[in-house]
Every structure is written in structure tokens, then in C-alpha cells.
Design a protein around this ligand. Structure first.
Ligand code: NAP
Length: 516
């Protein structure tokens, strides 16, 4: 009998009353645990978090709440090995890929703990300088930001059960806002276990952190005007969140991180064999294979000068041919599984949709698996497609295949390349590869309007750059348009979402008494 993972709401562990949904090992096909949220009193859960958790967090200043984050880091570090075991079993990831999720979360929490320290003991944040409202500076307007008096509901995607929780929870808790997380069902185990370890360690006030595993039914209905919801997932579900009455009628603030057709662009002056060419090839292969391409930031479109199309296809394909796929527990396996057989089917369908408008340049679909049964495991080798007419292949700019898949696209000149990048209708990240700083700077500014992040790789930063797809807490994560229009991370800017901004108009004595 596998364990039915309990939910933590209203300050206590509560099992769902239904049979639950099975969490499955995507390599072995075995059932690992079950999750269920049937029968939970959601009204009580949200009220408890809002009233008990929120009030307790708001009695603390930023520095003290930063201390809570540092305490969470210690708890997670102490249990780190068990998280790797869960990730291997439930997500089918090799150790390096699990690290992106687990150690990426711990790093982000630690970073916010350090930033929070710098805010001191204040209970509100000054937002800009005071501005005089008349001729004399006697009566002034001072904007300030205070923690919102609601809960932060996180509805998360399956690909980052750890980082997806903590990159959101760090700024929320630091802001003084309690968190209710609803992980994606397929990989809920790691999220649930981390919350359990933190709750059991007693480092947070009651109600500050809750977890609900299983169905999302009824969660959005609980949201009240001062609550916020942060969603990560598909564009289809995002549309449901946006049109929910809580958001549409009650003005609940919603942050949406959706899918994205990210691109990598080799600048026109790069020659085959140049350092920039090699850097692009290396990064493309890394992005296609890390977490089996199940990263919202992964490179999906590779833009190269038309004259380099064949050379790029050859170089990327040659590297992909060396990628071993299979059981992440086996020595030498570089790429593990997709999250489920259902996801494998979706990826196969996506490849077929792209292949209707593109040629297959490297086909890992039938590559032999290491220590895994192809009839059971959700494994697939990398697939590189190419469309010689990049303008005509509309599917390439439309269909996000959430797996180890990317498409090579030739361009005529830089203007054409930038236009093709924009065909993604707003993306999380674009990366540029070249050696001409001036041209790269101009291209970065051009792409900034339609991308949340522009990652520029030159020979000078070859060893220092943090990777196209790596989301660092210092930089904005989120993109306009199709990418959802969200804004996460970016240092202390992330706190804006969990605060309310107001202007206080008063004399200088009162403004000094605000304690900012
Ligand atoms: P999904 O199917 O949209 O699910 C996302 C979350 O929404 C899950 O927790 C899901 O719960 C929940 N959900 C489903 N229906 C819902 C509803 N009607 N109301 C409220 N919540 C609902 O997405 P996914 O397949 O997990 O994730 C893959 C997608 O996420 C990809 O497109 C990827 O690009 C995107 N993504 C984006 C980012 C980013 O930061 N921009 C990061 C990671 C992933 P259940 O699991 O229980 O169905």
C-alpha cells in the first residue's frame, strides 16, 4: 500500500477523503504515493493562513523574516539527499537535473535571506522620495509599500516542484505574506515533502505555509481582494485563471508564467568554427537536454545565418548523438525521463506537428535506452528539426514542444533574425552569441521589448555566463505576451507583487513617523 500524502492546511495535517491520484515513477512505471484534496475545508484553510499566518508574519520586520528564510535553508540542506531520491523516482531526472530544481531553490532562498537582511527592521518600504505638493515642502506625498493582507496562492507546474515553490515563497514570506502552494499533481511529492520538513521543524509561524496536493477544484473560488495568485503552467490553464471571477471581478492580483518559444541567435558575423559558433552549439545542446528539455526557458528556436545552417545542423547533431538516455540511476546516463507517459505522448505529437513543416536533422526518437524499457519508460532522445524557410514554418513559432526538441532556422540578415525572434509573440528569454559588443548591445535593446531576459554570450564571458535557461534570482523571470506577462525574481523587485502601494500625503512630522 503506497502512502496517501497528507495536505497541510489550517495548521494541521489532513488527508483527503478520496482514493487519490497516483504519483508514478516515469522510468519504472511503479506507483510511488497518492495525493488527494477531497473533503478539505478550503474556506477554513484560506482563512487560517490569511488571519493566523499573515498576522504572525506581519508582527516581524523584514530582517526577522529574512531569518525565517535562512532557517528554511538549513532545514532543506539537512534533508537534501532525500530530495534527490524523490526527484529521481518521481521526476525521472539525473542528478545534475535534480540539482537545478533542488539546489536552485536553496540558492534562491539564501539569496533572498541576504537581501532581506539589508531591509532592516522596517515594517513598510519607502517607495521613492517624498514630493512636495505645494510651493513649499511643508505638505508632501510619500509613496510606501506595505505587505498585502491576504494569502499568496501558488499554482505550480510539474517541472520544478522545488524551485517553483521556493522562488515564489522566498519573496512572499519575506514580504510578510502567507503561502498556500498547490503543486502540479504529477510531481507533488517533492513539494509536499519539503513543506513537511519545514513545518515539522517548526521554523515558521502556524499558517505561514500550507500545501494542498491533488485537484485544484475550488482553490480560486477562495480568493479575496487582497490575496494574490501566482500561476505557472500552460497557456490554456492560464486563460482559465485570468477569466476566473476572483481575478476578473474581485481584482485579485495574478502573476502568470506560461509557455514560451525562446530563441538563441548566432550573430551574422560569426563564422563556423568561431568561438561564438561553438558557444551557441554548446548552449543549444545543454538547453535541449537539461531536464529533458522540460524547462520553460529552454531554447526552442535556433536562429543562424543562412550560410551556417548546414554547419550548425551538423555540429549540434554530432553533440546530440553522444547523449545517453535512460534510467537516471544508471551510470553514464546523461538524460533521464519526461515526467510521464502522457507527457511523452504530447511530446511525440508536438514533434509530428513541427515535422509537418520542418525536416528532421537529428532524430533521437528511437535511440536505444539505457537500463529502461521503452514500453514503460517516458524516455525520448533529443530531436533537432530544421526549417529552411523560417517564415513559412508557422508551427515552429507557435507550438511549444515541452521536451528535448528544438528547431534550427536560417535568417537573411540581423533584421530578419530579430523579426523571427519576435514571432514567438513574447518570450521568457533570448540568447545572443557573437563578438561585436556594439552590435550585440543594439540587438539586446531591440529584443528587450518582447523578452523578459536577454542573455548575451561573448567569448569574454564564455566561462562566467550563467546559462541561457538558468533563472537567477538577480534577474527578472517572466516575459510579455504569450509568456504570460508575469514578473518574478529580479532581486527585491519581486516583493512588489506581495505589497500594496499607497501614497501618504502629510506634513513632515507625520512622514517621519512612518518609520520608513
Ligand atoms: P498545466 O497543465 O497548465 O498545470 C499547471 C498547474 O495548474 C498544475 O498545478 C495543475 O494542477 C493546475 N491546474 C490545472 N487545471 C487547473 C484549473 N482549472 N484551475 C486551476 N489550476 C489548474 O501545466 P503543466 O503541464 O504542469 O506545466 C507545463 C507548462 O508550464 C509548459 O507549457 C511550460 O512552458 C509552463 N511553464 C512555465 C514556466 C514559467 O516560469 N514561465 C515554468 C515552468 C513551466 P494538476 O497538475 O493537478 O492538473
Amino acid at each position: 500500500m503506497v502512502e496517501l500524502l497528507p495536505n497541510h492546511v489550517a495548521g494541521r495535517w489532513q488527508a483527503g477523503t478520496g482514493a487519490g491520484t497516483a504519483l508514478v515513477d516515469p522510468v519504472l512505471g511503479t506507483e510511488l504515493a497518492r495525493v488527494d484534496a477531497t473533503g478539505l475545508d478550503l474556506a477554513e484553510a484560506f482563512a487560517f493562513a490569511r488571519e493566523q499566518g499573515g498576522a504572525a508574519l506581519r508582527t516581524l520586520g523584514y530582517r526577522e523574516r529574512a531569518g525565517l528564510l535562512a532557517a528554511i535553508v538549513k532545514v532543506l540542506q539537512a534533508h537534501r539527499d532525500s530530495y534527490y531520491e524523490i526527484a529521481t523516482a518521481n521526476a525521472g531526472t539525473v542528478k545534475n537535473d535534480s540539482a537545478v530544481d533542488i539546489d536552485g531553490a536553496i540558492f534562491t532562498l539564501g539569496q533572498y535571506a541576504r537581501w532581506g537582511e539589508s531591509l532592516g527592521d522596517a515594517r513598510a518600504l519607502r517607495d521613492g522620495e517624498a514630493a512636495k505638493l505645494g510651493k513649499e515642502p511643508l505638505f508632501q506625498s510619500q509613496h510606501l509599500q506595505v505587505p498585502t493582507r491576504g494569502v499568496a496562492l501558488f499554482i505550480n507546474a510539474f517541472n520544478f516542484p522545488s524551485w517553483g515553490l521556493w522562488e515564489k515563497a522566498a519573496p512572499a514570506l519575506l514580504s510578510g505574506v502567507p503561502v498556500i502552494v498547490k503543486p502540479a499533481t504529477a510531481t507533488a511529492w517533492l513539494t509536499q515533502r519539503m513543506v513537511k520538513d519545514v513545518v515539522d521543524a517548526g521554523v515558521l509561524p502556524a499558517g505561514a505555509l500550507s500545501v494542498i496536493c491533488g485537484s485544484s477544484a475550488g482553490l480560486m473560488d477562495q480568493l479575496q481582494p487582497f490575496d494574490v495568485v501566482s500561476f505557472t503552467g500552460s497557456a490554456e490553464t492560464a486563460a482559465l485563471i485570468r477569466s476566473h471571477p476572483a481575478v476578473a471581478a474581485r481584482s485579485v492580483r495574478a502573476n502568470i508564467e506560461a509557455d514560451s518559444l525562446n530563441s538563441a541567435l548566432l550573430m551574422p558575423d560569426a563564422a563556423p568554427g568561431s568561438e561564438a559558433f561553438g558557444l551557441l552549439v554548446r548552449e543549444v545542446v545543454r538547453e535541449m537536454t537539461v531536464k529533458s528539455g522540460q524547462k520553460c526557458t529552454a531554447i526552442r528556436r535556433i536562429l543562424v545565418p543562412a550560410a551556417l545552417y548546414d554547419a550548425a545542423a551538423q555540429a549540434i547533431g554530432a553533440r546530440l548523438a553522444g547523449v545517453t538516455v535512460g534510467n537516471p540511476r544508471s551510470e553514464g546516463v546523461r538524460m533521464g525521463a519526461l515526467v510521464s507517459r502522457a507527457q511523452l505522448e504530447t511530446v511525440r505529437e508536438g514533434i509530428a506537428a513541427l515535422a509537418a513543416q520542418a525536416e528532421v536533422l537529428h532524430d533521437g526518437r528511437h535511440a536505444p535506452l539505457v537500463d529502461a524499457d521503452p514500453a514503460v519508460a517516458a524516455c525520448i532522445g533529443p530531436v533537432l528539426l530544421g526549417a529552411r524557410d523560417a517564415d513559412a514554418a508557422q508551427a515552429v513559432h507557435d507550438v511549444e514542444v515541452f521536451g528535448p526538441v528544438a528547431t534550427l532556422l536560417p535568417y537573411r540578415d540581423l533584421e530578419h533574425a530579430l523579426a523571427l525572434a519576435q514571432r514567438g509573440q513574447g518570450s521568457l528569454v533570448a540568447s545572443l552569441y557573437g563578438a561585436d559588443d556594439a552590435a550585440l548591445g543594439r540587438a539586446a535593446c531591440d529584443l528587450a521589448a518582447s523578452h523578459g531576459r536577454v542573455h548575451v554570450v561573448t567569448p569574454e564571458v564564455a566561462q562566467a555566463h550563467t546559462g541561457h535557461g538558468n533563472v537567477m534570482p538577480m534577474s527578472l523571470h517572466g516575459g510579455p505576451g504569450r509568456a504570460g506577462g508575469g514578473a518574478e525574481l529580479g532581486g527585491l523587485r519581486a516583493l512588489d507583487f506581495y505589497h500594496r502601494r499607497a501614497a501618504v500625503q502629510a506634513g513632515n512630522g507625520v512622514l517621519s513617523a512612518l518609520g520608513l
